[in-house]
Design a protein around this ligand. Structure first.
Ligand SMILES: [Zn+2]
Length: 51
């Protein structure tokens, strides 16, 4: 008897895992003075970084 061999390929789902930017705490910007904000360069203003 021949047994069918099933080849299970790893699930290649694109899991683009994101982590909160530690630099700005997920805000996407940094507060330099009470009136001045500037975009966080670590995450480019998104507040998230790719892991
Ligand atoms: Zn950031």
């Amino acid at each position: 008897m021949k047994k069918g061999r099933e080849v299970t390929l790893p699930d290649r789902s694109v899991t683009d895992e994101k982590v909160i930017c530690m630099h700005c705490g997920g805000n996407g910007y940094m507060k330099s003075t009470p009136n001045c904000y500037h975009t966080c360069l670590d995450c480019l203003g998104r507040g998230l970084r790719s892991a």
